[in-house]
Design a binder for this molecule. Structure first.
Ligand code: DGL
Length: 260
């Protein structure tokens, strides 16, 4: 069982940012990545839709023989992580917007949590926010439109100026200590976040994400279940519900991209 691959799932290519971290921290595991690119983005869909699509994708991974699943998708986690855990007997690791580390940063400024529309509205996330020492410090900003552009392979710092101008307009000039990248896709456009923070906001605007924490949790869970592979070599198999010829080259480029 320990020699089996770990399954990674995202609505599309965002989970590749978590997988890239796993390749760095857990290089002796092998991986199967499943992107539901044909149905991305999930963030503008209903809860029922997201749940059905996540179940279908998780079943695909289990059918491919994975020993554990990483839901490398904040939107799917916020929507249905409990149901997914109830459905499968293998361990399921998930990712949530990293507002906890962001809120522990010193400062008197705000924490902007930028994510998909679904994540910012779902109860699981809202409850997490309520548990912060000062929930009012966290401003939720839904960001429709970003994921589609990343899925098309656009990663330039200036490619997102129009969207950021719209999302940040209500907060022009405010003091911001941290920006939480609450969607795994956003890791690939950190330059666009930095550029637009400088254009529209004040303060340190430190970028915070949950990728490393999620991969460390994966390592701990595998260990606890005696599922750690010591003989793997970071082999990655890519599967998608979308057009493999178009998407695979973007996936390969993202996986090999150096940390920004
Ligand atoms: N990458 C995903 C997340 O972390 C979902 C993006 C989407 O499909 O809208 O939320």
């Amino acid at each position: 069982m320990a020699n089996r691959p770990v399954g990674f799932f995202d609505s599309g290519l965002g989970g590749a940012s978590v997988l890239r971290e796993a390749l760095r921290l857990l290089p002796n595991e092998n991986y199967i990545y499943y992107g539901d690119n044909a149905n991305a983005p999930y963030g503008d869909r209903t809860e029922e839709d997201i749940t059905a699509l996540t179940f279908r994708s998780a079943h695909r991974l289990v059918d491919m023989g994975v020993k554990a699943i990483v839901l490398a998708c904040n939107t799917a986690t916020a929507t249905c992580i409990n149901q997914i855990r109830n459905e499968f007997s293998i361990p399921v690791i998930s990712i949530e917007p990293a507002i906890k580390p962001a809120c522990s940063l010193p400062g008197t400024g705000k924490v902007l949590m930028m994510a998909t529309k679904a994540t910012t509205h779902l109860e699981r996330y809202l409850r997490l926010r309520e548990r912060m020492p000062d929930p009012e410090r966290v401003i939720n900003i839904p960001c429709p439109g970003i994921v589609e552009r990343i899925e098309s392979g656009k990663l330039g710092a200036e490619d997102y100026d129009d969207l950021f101008a719209e999302f940040l307009a209500p907060y022009k000039g405010i003091e911001v200590d941290a920006i939480v990248l609450g969607c795994t896709h956003y890791i690939f456009i950190k330059d666009a976040f930095r550029r637009n923070a400088a254009l529209h906001l004040n303060g340190g605007c430190q970028l915070v994400d949950g990728n490393e924490g999620t991969v460390r949790q994966l390592g701990r869970v595998l260990e606890a279940h005696n599922l750690t592979n010591h003989a793997g070599c970071g082999n990655v198999t890519f599967r998608t519900s979308g057009d493999n010829n178009r998407i695979k080259p973007i996936f390969d480029m993202l996986i090999s991209k150096q940390e920004l």
